[in-house]
Design a binder for this molecule. Structure first.
Ligand code: GDP
Ligand code: MG
Length: 295
């Protein structure tokens, strides 16, 4: 049997479940999931190598309306990822009516591009009776290779997706060594884990405003400890107050929770040093976006 390999881009509205699916497929905390939208800013790649194939999944930052600085960058990243793809998987949520953004996204698919699979996610949340009519409705909108109802969270349908994806990839050699899980650096992943905690624990709508820069990432092999120093950047003094919390309580909580995940992820004791700094309006400025690695 010929070996197949290729890049599979996941496209879909923020919060639809792309990162959850990536995590399920790759089996590690490759993408960062969050109950709040807009937590995946950079593309993250997960590699699944089987006996007969290598699938490289690209988790895109989601599709947004609006044209503010960061939104535009996220949209461009998503669209440019689509152009390099061997296969596109568009994800929508199971519900009576597809979301307007889903329709826009599907409308933007070219008929000459790579094959497209439609994933209808979160079927665990809805009555079975809404799924079939939704499949019918979606099938009329575009010539999808196949439409697969899944639950990224519970796992239903995920094997079907992988089987179909493998079938649709071109023949070719693997792109990466077979033990590769992800291309992003451990340093970057460490920053994403910290950012996830900061966003989730602030219970505020400030995901746009939080960026993390990992200043030190060094392993002391003798002492078997990983030292990570990171700065959480926010845009305004008031946000700094939120992240630090009363008497430093919240930043402490963020640190404890992040350290737990970092230790589980890297499999080694972690010494974590966290600071919070204000970088005025960083999300609107080209220079600071570059500095923080967002472009
Ligand atoms: P992304 O923005 O597309 O990457 O979405 P995430 O993967 O971060 O998921 C957003 C939220 O939806 C999280 O709270 C997930 O736990 C939840 N979620 C994802 N997939 C499913 C699913 O199949 N069923 C249910 N019930 N929730 C899901
Ligand atoms: Mg995500």
């Amino acid at each position: 049997m010929a070996f197949r390999s290729g890049f599979i881009v996941l496209l879909g509205r923020t919060n639809v479940g792309k990162s959850t699916l990536m995590n399920r497929i790759i089996g590690e905390k490759v993408s960062i999931t969050s109950p709040k939208p807009q937590t995946t800013r950079n593309r993250i790649m997960g590699v699944l190598t089987n006996k007969n194939s290598q699938m490289v999944f690209i988790d895109t930052p989601g599709i947004h309306r609006g044209s503010k600085g960061l939104n535009r960058i996220m949209l461009n990243t998503a669209l440019s990822a689509k152009e390099d793809a061997d296969l596109v998987a568009v994800m929508i949520e199971a519900r009576d009516m597809p979301h307007g953004i889903d329709l826009e996204l599907i409308g933007g698919l070219s008929t000459s591009g790579p094959p497209v699979i439609l994933l209808i996610n979160k079927v665990d949340k809805v009555k079975k009776t809404i799924v079939l009519p939704l499949i019918d409705r979606m099938a009329k909108l575009y010539r999808f290779e196949t439409i697969i109802p899944i639950s990224a969270l519970k796992g239903d349908g995920v094997v079907d997706f992988i089987t179909e994806a493998e079938r649709l990839l071109p023949e070719g050699d693997p792109f990466f060594p077979e033990d590769t899980l992800t291309d992003v650096s451990e340093r970057f992943l460490a920053g994403e884990i910290i950012r996830e905690k900061a966003i989730n624990l602030t219970h505020q709508e400030i995901p746009y405003a939080v960026a993390v820069s990992v200043e030190e990432f060094s392993e002391n092999q003798e002492k078997e400890i990983l030292k990570i120093s990171a700065v959480i950047y926010v845009e305004r003094d008031s946000q700094k107050g939120i992240v630090v919390g009363k008497g430093g309580g919240l930043i402490k909580e963020i640190g404890i929770s992040a350290r737990k995940d970092l230790e589980a992820f890297f499999g080694i004791h972690v010494f974590l040093d966290l600071r919070v700094k204000v970088m005025k309006d960083w999300a609107k400025r080209d220079d600071s976006l570059k500095r923080l690695g967002y472009r």
